[in-house]
Write a protein that binds this ligand. Structure first.
Ligand SMILES: NC(=O)c1ccc[n+]([C@@H]2O[C@H](COP(=O)([O-])OP(=O)(O)OC[C@H]3O[C@@H](n4cnc5c(N)ncnc54)[C@H](OP(=O)(O)O)[C@@H]3O)[C@@H](O)[C@H]2O)c1
Length: 255
């Protein structure tokens, strides 16, 4: 299963149970990286991804994690520490991929405080505090990848809060890179374009999908695998001097 010599490394991928996170988890495992993946509401899907990796000669564990509940993060970090010890006989891990996220299509005029808070909690506040609390468990020289969105850069009606939070996450990437540089932890952003997953209710009817494809230089929607392959390739010393950067994986959307 291993395609590179990453055998002793471990990655934690949030939202690794389906969509883009699943592809990141599977492709990291193919490179010999041990995977700790999380699901939120669907344990079966989380465990299925871990089983697939374990069956194919890799090593993975699935844990429940809800990015909107900061009060549970200390317990989660404790669980991560226990799993690292039990399964890998390590106290640290190497790569954190902050992938879990949600969207809700709502025009600004219809955006309630509840919707706003939910989007902030999962997509920004949760990422901030999870990273803050997990960094003590990360090995020096490790790497963090924050999954943003093309919508951080270009505006469409209905995603004002979501897109703005992804822009904020890109800013946060640079701040984490600055404050943890002394530990040689690199922090980068990967920004998917329009990717064909169930995210935010999916990509809609055929006409809408064709419209997105026509705005994309490569002429199609992205697949989870497009992002998974790129992110997994970054989890390596091959990108050892890439820091505080944003890489868009969108096939040339809106150029
Ligand atoms: N798809 C796109 O077009 C696109 C484009 C740009 C950026 N992105 C970004 O890419 C990332 C992954 O998107 P995706 O398309 O793979 O989404 P997805 O198919 O909807 O999968 C979302 C994943 O996140 C988990 N999750 C949902 N709510 C959570 C919460 N409150 N706490 C922790 N985990 C939670 C889900 O777990 P459960 O199923 O167990 O709840 C699932 O594993 C997101 O950050 C998204 O913003 C996506």
């Amino acid at each position: 299963m291993n395609t590179t010599n990453q055998q002793s490394k471990i990655a934690l991928v949030t939202g690794g149970s389906r969509g883009i996170g699943k592809s990141i988890a599977l492709n990291a495992a193919k490179r010999g990286i041990g995977v700790l993946l999380t699901y939120n509401s669907n344990p079966e899907q989380g465990k299925a991804v871990a089983d697939e990796i374990n069956k194919n000669g890799g090593k993975a564990v699935a844990l429940q994690f809800d990015s909107s509940k900061v009060g549970t993060f200390d317990d989660f970090v404790g669980q991560v520490g226990q799993v690292l010890k039990k399964e890998w006989n390590r106290d640290t891990f190497d790569y954190l991929v902050n992938n879990a996220g949600i969207a809700q299509r709502t025009l600004i005029k219809d955006t309630t405080e509840d919707i706003f808070d939910q989007l902030v909690n999962v997509n920004f506040k949760g990422v901030f505090f999870l990273t803050q609390k997990l960094i003590p468990l990360m090995a020096d020289g490790g790497e963090i990848i924050n999954i943003s969105s093309g919508l951080a850069r270009f505006a469409f009606p209905g995603v004002a809060v979501y897109g703005s939070l992804k822009a904020a996450l890109e800013g946060l990437t640079r701040y984490f890179a600055k404050e943890y540089a002394s530990r040689k932890i690199r922090v980068n952003t990967v920004a998917p374009g329009a990717i064909d997953t169930e995210f935010g209710g999916g990509k809609g009817d055929e006409a809408h999908r064709q419209q997105i494809a026509s705005m994309t230089a490569l002429g199609r929607l992205g697949e989870a695998e497009d992002v998974g392959l790129l992110v997994a390739s970054l989890l390596s010393d091959d990108s050892r001097f890439v820091n505080a950067q944003r890489i868009e994986v969108g096939g040339g959307i809106m150029i």
